[in-house]
Design a protein around this ligand. Structure first.
Ligand code: NAD
Length: 499
């Protein structure tokens, strides 16, 4: 018997009422392990009503007390991190150490959010005019919703709700229907941390729930992370309904390898960044652009033995370095891309399609794949594959490599590998990409900086977490105050000047 999950509304588990359910699988064994309710419009409305009712008191709670609740939540999450990682691995498939690492990255956002009394401090100018002072404050928006992808069921929600709650908003999380249990775990821990009922809610579901969120008049803002077509839809639909929206989309992250790069360091970095989490990371490196043919040959020869040693297996096995993909549908899609790449003429240097694991024959496994001589015209170059597939593209020179990066529709992350400071500095300035690494393959900004791509990797004006998160989750208000000084200027209809 598989488990039936619930929504979390107003501080308690609430069974689904729409009659629509989705299946949740354990990708390591390819078996259904749970059913998740898909909310209808009425259920979303109930969560919004609970979040709206809780909003005034939460907004009026002093920031230091909101921070204390978040600090308590952080302590409880840290104390249960192994259990939490197992929940993530069971539904996502990634290896336990990777799951725990991603939770730790989320915990860092909690730590940042604990500084909210400081982060919300406004500006003050004394005497902007005679007897006139001016000051600013950041106030909460009201009810904020977060819609999150399958690949980081703990970390991506934690990019959003800690800062939103710390800023004084109440929150509704709509996690991925593929791995929904992490959200409920966080809701339960939130309650243990003393979160008032209605302040943090979880609604499960698909497009019906998402559309109900986008159209609900009492939701002020939506944070989204997922694929680009859905991100664009969320942004346009949410904005059309008067909401503030930040919608982070897909990626095709390049790594440029210059001939002077440290080959061992670069190869270690590329293999880690391409195959970690089976490539199901929005910051995974999926294209290596070598400059010059000799650099291409050397890189392939250096990557090959490293890739051969990767241990693929169930995420709960301490020996495994790479787990299965999230679903059968996704496995078929990734395999389809490999077939397509071969068909369009890329050289398949390492082929993971034949992998089978004894005892786990029904799991969604594929071994690491490596293409050489891919070109920008190929589908395997243009599309986000989101699997353990690295394509080497050979560029004739540095400028051609930079052009390739800048011409691609996505602009999430990029890295350059070189010992040349001039080249690295030039590249950092010229790359039309939101997050740039210099000899760092996955340049994910830390919690107190902000995460976000350019081009079709982000729709909206705000990145996630750091000060951008605070700005997204608050409205700025500026107060100009005059106090009677005894000086009367009389009635004056001319343009108001302060000085
Ligand atoms: P997805 O776009 O399929 O789903 C994301 C969310 O949108 C889920 O909650 C899902 O239920 C919902 N959704 C799906 N289809 C919808 C529809 N038609 N209408 C309304 N809502 C819908 O993404 P995914 O497969 O869960 O996640 C992988 C994608 O997320 C990749 O493209 C990856 O690059 C991207 N991602 C981006 C970042 C980033 O920071 N830019 C981070 C993580 C993942």
């Amino acid at each position: 018997m598989s488990e039936t999950l619930s929504h979390w509304i107003n501080g308690q588990a609430v069974a689904g009422q729409s009659g629509r359910m989705g299946d949740v699988f354990n990708p390591a064994i390819g078996e259904k392990i749970a059913e998740v309710p898909f909310a209808g419009t009425d259920e979303v409305a109930k969560a919004v009503a609970a979040a709206s009712a809780a909003a005034p008191e939460w907004a009026a709670t002093p920031p230091i007390r909101r921070a204390r609740m978040i600090f308590k939540f952080k302590e409880l999450i840290e104390a249960r991190i192994d259990e939490f990682a197992r929940i993530v691995t069971r539904e996502h498939g990634k290896v336990l150490s990777d799951a725990a690492g991603s939770i730790t990255r989320g915990v860092e956002v909690l730590e940042f959010a604990c500084g909210i009394p400081h982060l919300l401090k406004g500006e003050f100018s004394e005497s902007v005019g005679t007897g006139v002072d001016s000051y600013s404050m950041r106030q909460p928006l009201g009810v904020v919703a977060g819609i999150t992808p399958f690949n980081f069921p703990a970390m991506v929600p934690m990019w959003m709700f800690p800062i939103s709650l710390a800023c004084g908003n109440t929150f509704i999380l709509k996690p991925s229907e593929k791995d929904p249990s992490a959200a409920i775990f966080m809701a339960e821990v939130m309650k243990d941390a003393g979160c008032p009922d209605g302040v943090f809610n979880v609604i499960h579901g698909d497009k019906v729930a998402v559309d109900a969120i986008l159209e609900h008049p009492d939701i002020a803002a939506v944070s989204f992370v997922g694929s680009t077509p859905i991100a664009e839809y969320i942004y346009t639909t949410g904005c059309a309904h008067g909401k503030r929206v930040q919608a982070l989309g897909g990626a095709k992250n390049h790594a440029i390898v210059l001939p002077d790069a440290d080959l061992d360091m670069t190869s270690d970095a590329l293999v880690s960044a391409a195959y970690g989490s089976a490539g199901e990371r929005c910051m995974a490196v999926s294209v290596a652009v070598t400059v010059g043919d000799a650099a291409g040959d050397a890189l392939i020869e250096s990557l090959r033995p490293r890739i051969e040693q990767i241990k693929v297996g169930p995420g709960t096995d301490g020996e495994s370095e790479m787990g299965p993909l999230v679903s059968q549908v996704h496995l078929d899609k990734v395999r389809g891309y490999i077939d397509h790449g071969v068909g369009e003429g890329a050289e398949l240097v390492m082929d993971g399609r034949g992998l089978t694991l004894q005892g786990y024959e029904n799991g969604y496994y594929i071994g690491p794949c490596l293409f050489d001589r891919a070109t920008p015209e190929m589908k395997i170059y243009k599309d986000e594959i989101f699997g353990p597939v690295l394509s080497v593209v050979r560029a004739p020179d540095y400028d051609a490599a930079v052009k390739m990066v800048n011409d691609h529709e996505f602009g999430n992350g990029v890295a350059i590998f070189t010992r040349d400071g001039d080249a690295a500095r030039d590249f950092a300035a010229r790359a039309e990409i939101g997050m740039v690494g210099v000899n760092v393959p996955i340049p994910v900004p830390v919690a107190y900086h902000s995460f976000g791509g350019w081009k079709r990797s982000l729709f909206g004006d705000h990145n996630m977490h750091g000060m951008e998160g605070v700005r997204f989750n608050t409205k700025l208000k500026t107060i100009t105050a005059r106090w009677p000084t005894g000086i009367r200027s009389g009635v004056d209809l001319s343009f108001p000047l302060m000085g």
